[in-house]
Design a binder for this molecule. Structure first.
Ligand SMILES: [Zn+2]
Length: 324
């Protein structure tokens, strides 16, 4: 079963799985107690936080204070080698942070056990490349970690290095799935909600992801995504081009309404988030029903709608799957 956790949005009209930071505000903390969907508790975006304030004890204590009956997992405290978000390509061979990542995960898991808390602790490691991933995720598995995790947003951020970043994420996801074998283990990719990449990483064995795309771009840029392709466009632009623009969305928010009404409603941030979340959840449903059963067949059926970059991504994924 594949699942995506979205940035929590208090005015959302539907209840979807959400991801929340260990350092979230008291208001969010209270709202989550009553929020009836799965919640994944993140260990924070390290670049913005003073390391003296983000210790593994502080992170875990705050995470535990967020636990409720809907908590699906905690992410252990990952660390980076230095302060360069492009560490994975600029300092590729640097493994100085890897033992600290693993130690943090061991600490957090042992604490959960000693307190008899039955919520998975995802062991978060930050390898730069395939060989580092093979070595360190094997160490995590040997240490008994069934729930593994990696933060990948930095791999996808730079347009210049995006293709290389995607390749590495796919290779590493494939490697983790091979190491985990047929056990009922899980692998979470944190910082990935790309509409085109979700089916690919799921096909390779990622069991969950989290990220902000469908919510944040709707709020910050007014972006509405097209069902099927995941192509985004500003709501204001859609209104300007409404004469020529095709729109056929069967999500609960758009179904049965005419185009002009829908485009007008997209002026409201809540409506954009709602539509975006609905089409992402449609995709997740497709992943569980079709992609996981037969990735090659799903690819065959959908490839003519794909961008050249997506086609390349899929061909690498299918190659990796064929050599399993
Ligand atoms: Zn819609």
């Amino acid at each position: 079963m594949f699942c995506t956790y979205y940035t929590y949005y208090k005015d959302a009209m539907i209840h979807v799985p959400v991801t929340i930071g260990y350092d979230c505000t008291p208001a969010i903390r209270t709202a989550l107690q009553a929020y009836p969907a799965a919640q994944f508790v993140h260990s924070g975006n390290w670049w913005a936080i003073d390391p003296a304030k983000r210790t593994r004890e502080v992170v875990l204590d705050r995470q535990l204070s967020l636990a409720n009956e809907h908590t699906a997992g905690f992410m252990s405290m990952n660390v980076q080698p230095g302060n360069d978000p492009m560490y994975w390509i600029n300092k590729e061979g640097d493994e100085s942070h890897m033992q600290a990542c693993l130690d943090n995960a061991m600490f957090a898991r042992d604490e959960l056990r000693s307190r008899s808390i039955d919520i998975p602790m995802y062991c978060a490691l930050q390898p730069s490349n395939l060989s580092m991933a093979e070595i360190w995720f094997q160490r995590a598995i040997d240490a008994g970690h069934q729930h593994l995790c990696m933060g990948v947003s930095e791999f996808l951020k730079s347009p210049r290095h995006r293709a290389e970043g995607i390749n590495r994420v796919l290779q590493i996801t494939d490697a983790v799935a091979r190491l985990q074998g047929k056990s009922h283990a899980s692998f979470h990719l944190s910082g990935l909600t790309s509409y085109s990449l979700l089916p690919v990483v799921a096909a390779l064995g990622a069991t969950s992801t989290d990220g902000s795309t469908p919510v944040q771009s709707a709020l910050a840029y007014g972006t509405v995504f097209f069902p099927g392709s995941g192509k985004g466009m500003r709501a204001s632009q859609m209104l300007e081009q409404q004469e020529t623009l095709d729109w056929s969305c069967t999500c609960n928010a758009c179904k049965g309404k005419d185009k002009a009404d829908i485009f007008r409603v997209f002026g409201d941030a809540r409506a954009r988030v709602n539509h975006n979340l609905l089409i992402w959840e449609e995709l997740v449903k497709q992943i569980n029903n079709d992609v996981l059963r037969d990735p090659a067949r799903w690819h065959e059926k959908n490839k003519k709608e794909m961008s050249p970059a997506s086609k390349k991504t899929w061909s690498l994924a299918l190659e990796l799957l064929a050599t399993r």
